[in-house]
Design a protein around this ligand. Sequence first.
Ligand SMILES: [Zn+2]
Length: 390
Amino acid sequence: MTKASDFLIALDDGHGIGTPGKCTPFIESLGRQIRENEFNAAVTDFLQDELERCGFRTLLTAPTDYDTPLSARTDLANAKGADALVSNHFNALKDYFNGPGKDPEGMSIHIYPGAKNGRKLAEHVAKYLKQGTEQKYRGIVEQNLHMTREFNKASILVENGFMDNEREALLMVNKAFQRECAREQAQGICEYFGVPYVPPGGKAPVKVVKPPKSDVKSETSAKSPSGQRVESIYKGSEGLNFYSRASFNTKYKAGTLTYGYGFPTTVRKLKVEGAEMFEVKNSKGDTYYITASPKYVKLEGKGEVKKPAPAKTSSKAKGRIKIVGVKKAAIIQDRANRKTSKNLGTVSKGSVLEVTGSVRGENSASGYWEVVFKGKRGFVTGEFGEYKAY
Ligand SMILES: [Zn+2]
């Protein structure tokens, strides 16, 4: 059966952030111009998330902010054996606005003249791009462009709108629009390769590698308020309600706390009706619920709060990984989230690290290895480690 992980998708965010001339006219309501790459890079980032969630492997053709030469982009995609290439752009015919109804508008998908696979991919992507935000569909355009000509498999270049149309220009910095374009492109790419699209929150049908079962607590549990005293800081004379159930419904109101009074034990924090509540116990051990809003309550004392793992790891290594699947080196992150982590350093391809566990983490379809790096805890993207148990 075809699986998404069989395919490598090259993602190209057209131009560099500083590439001259590639920007909108001055937009009064924004007080500035928008650079084309602001959109191209954002949609490419979302597209990478979408595709990785679906199980694809991805390759960024221009991972830096510099204006990477076009030949370097297609050379890399070809050298890595990418199976498709998607380049995202925003079109422009002029450098001023003529006003509503007078400017060019709409999106188009560009392929190399006569490219059969390119056309097929474009057709699948077009089917989805036409949905959502209403935009004129300008069709599949055969055009001799470097990105579609020099890449040797299916390649499309999407012009997602016009920078010299103020309505569309404003869409460039609209996060919902960026996400929508990425999702629609991902849906078309999945269809082209005959693999299921996995919506956000869905489960990827195929994992790239299977790290051993997670044995590391998530970072949120480290912030659990377990054991702390919770106290009302609400000064209103009517006091602060607490409840017999995890609800803000007055039906379950069990009493009120005046300023400075509280419960000795906090059990946990819960999401309730779109807000947060603490589950608490009084000195007799009876359970109640109270708002967790820092506007109304504060936590006191250390309780049994689990401290974040110390920087110096004491966990015992259970195996080791060899760094694979990278060009030169893999990045060691300080946490299991590609997007929010700091880099602790790099380890070159082929080197070996001790593994203390594995976590699902965030923003990696293959999870992360928890490793020992220079005596400290670090994380490596799952697919970059070949595991061997001790
Ligand atoms: Zn462009």
